[in-house]
Ligand binder design. Structure first.
Ligand SMILES: *Cc1c(COP(=O)(O)O)cnc(C)c1O
Length: 508
């Protein structure tokens, strides 16, 4: 057989400036590109006075459609940056702005941003040791640091995930499979769902995250498998109601297998009574999963870490680092008290993680993940903790907790604002515009419009949420740089928009 391609055509130098490599072409191109990006971002941030430019969805969609053709040949990266400057960079939500305070969506720490560059450049894949070498141990050690912080036993383990959705999914997946194994001696991984699967039940509070239901549906149990329990006046899962519900399920011959507690609900940041829930779970043989996607950030808090008491009793835990740990998206973790349970999701692929690797002690993290190719996200948290220091990190979180308390007490003094949580558990504040002059009137649409107008004025990005059918406004005060003055001027703006709407007679 003759080789048809001539040697000189291959490995041509033409591509040298597209990749990072030892050669001067690659290094020079890399340096230039980083400098251009840095300059461009500096320019964008220097010119960013508002959290959002305020354009409508249609306007932005149109501008994006205008930049969607690709050249057949090379063009300079600087030109590309200039082309995306207005439609992408300037039309983006500026999440690091002091008045971006809608969702559990944080300003990313600079060491985390720098880590993203390193992660992309190294491009390690966490599935097998031979694709991630050192990174495998960094992730393993970061998981160990976390499990120790949470006081999980030595049998515990974990893995980095894309976030709370995936972590909650993994918690219920392991819970389901462990239950089917012990109760029916049935291997779900091999044989699919057992007969009788329609009787399986998961219990959580009515304020638990929607991904509990989503996970149940994806796990073949259906949303019907999720039984919600009412919350008390502080939005915490009501322990008495849990016990009653369990008794009722038993009477109906249903099989509760998992109890999900929330440590930091998305709206109120409320923390379910974890010690009591853990005791019930233990007594009734339920898997206790704690969704600490939000509240997990209190691990580092000096003032409020005590609120996590009981977390150490969980069978599995969800923690998000792209919320109260200030990491760029995406970055989360799933922890499990007994890492033997990972066997329910482990597969051995001959090319990736052969059984022989296990025997030889080679750590292939694919055995613990529902993903295969996976990012080296652990580096972000590692570099941030190293650079900021755990004490200062904790103070930063404490400052946001104080700001939330300040904001709530400030709102209590405003006569046109009614606050829902005068004592915020973490750092969300829920309120509505409701002047006395229109007392008793339905202000849902009014508050919805205030949120929209504020967004399109670009002067503040806040959230709206529905509580028992009524619309409220929400501030998620993650940014430690947000100051009381930012809160004052934001509320002035809200009152101004509200007064305009009310006086305009559109609503009443
Ligand atoms: C954000 C959140 C989730 C979902 O996590 P993602 O990281 O968005 O996938 C789940 N539970 C709670 C309580 C959350 O706050």
């Amino acid at each position: 057989m003759t080789i048809l391609v001539e040697k000189k055509e291959m490995g041509t130098k033409a591509y040298d400036s597209f990749f990072l490599h030892q050669g001067l072409e690659g290094l020079g191109a890399f340096n230039e590109l980083i400098e251009q990006v840095s300059n461009k971002l500096q320019e964008v941030y220097a010119g960013t006075e508002q959290p959002f430019i305020g354009k409508t969805p249609n306007m932005i969609e149109e501008e994006i459609s205008q930049i969607m053709s690709f050249p057949t040949e090379e063009q300079s990266f600087r030109d590309v940056l200039d082309e995306i400057d207005a439609p992408i960079l300037k039309n983006s939500l500026h999440i690091s702005h002091e008045k971006s305070m809608a969702h559990l969506h944080c300003p990313p720490l600079l060491p985390g941003i720098a880590a993203e560059l390193i992660i992309a450049a190294l491009n390690q894949s966490m599935d097998s040791w031979d694709q991630s070498t050192a990174a495998t141990y960094v992730e393993a050690e970061m998981v160990k640091w976390l499990t120790e912080r949470v006081s999980l036993p030595a049998t515990s383990g974990g893995v980095f995930t894309s976030g709370g959705t995936q972590s909650n999914y993994m918690g219920l997946l392991l819970a389901r499979d462990a239950f089917c194994q012990t109760y029916w001696d049935h291997n779900v991984q091999q044989n699919g769902l057992p007969q009788g699967f329609t009787t399986l039940r998961v219990i959580c509070s009515e304020e638990a995250h929607f991904t509990v239901k989503k996970a149940a549906s994806q796990l073949g149990l259906g949303e019907q498998a999720v039984v919600t329990v009412k919350t008390d006046e502080n939005h915490r899962m009501c322990v008495k109601a849990v016990k009653e519900k369990l008794n009722q399920l038993k009477k109906e011959n249903l099989l509760p297998f998992a109890l999900v507690g929330t440590c930091g609900t998305t709206d109120f940041g409320s923390i379910d009574p974890m010690e009591e829930l853990a005791a019930i779970a233990q007594e009734q043989g339920l898997w206790f999963h704690v969704d600490a996607a939000f509240g997990g950030g209190l691990i580092l808090s000096h003032s409020d870490s005590g609120k996590l008491k009981g977390l150490e009793n969980a069978d599995s835990i969800t923690v998000d680092f792209h919320k109260l740990f200030y990491q760029p998206i995406s970055c989360g973790a799933f922890l499990v008290k007994n890492q033997e349970h990972f066997r329910y999701i482990s597969y051995h692929a001959d090319y990736l993680n052969p059984v022989k690797d296990d025997q030889e002690g080679i750590l292939n993290l694919v055995n613990k993940s529902v993903q295969t190719t996976r990012r080296f996200d652990a580096l972000k948290l590692y570099l941030s903790l190293k650079t900021i220091g755990t004490d200062q990190f904790g103070r930063m979180i404490d400052d946001t907790l104080k700001l939330a308390q300040y904001t709530a007490s400030y709102m209590e003094r405003l006569k046109n604002i009614s606050i829902q949580n005068p004592e915020p558990e973490i750092n969300t504040v829920i309120f509505r515009y409701q002047p006395k002059t229109i007392e008793g009137k339905d202000v849902n649409e009014l508050n919805r419009t205030i949120q929209q107008r504020l967004l399109h004025s670009g002067k503040g990005v806040i959230a709206k949420t529905t509580i028992k059918g009524d619309t409220f406004l929400k501030l998620t005060l993650l940014n430690p740089r947000t100051k009381p003055e930012d809160i004052h001027s934001l509320l002035m703006e809200i009152e101004k928009i509200g007064a305009e709407l009310v006086n305009g007679g559109l609503y009443f």
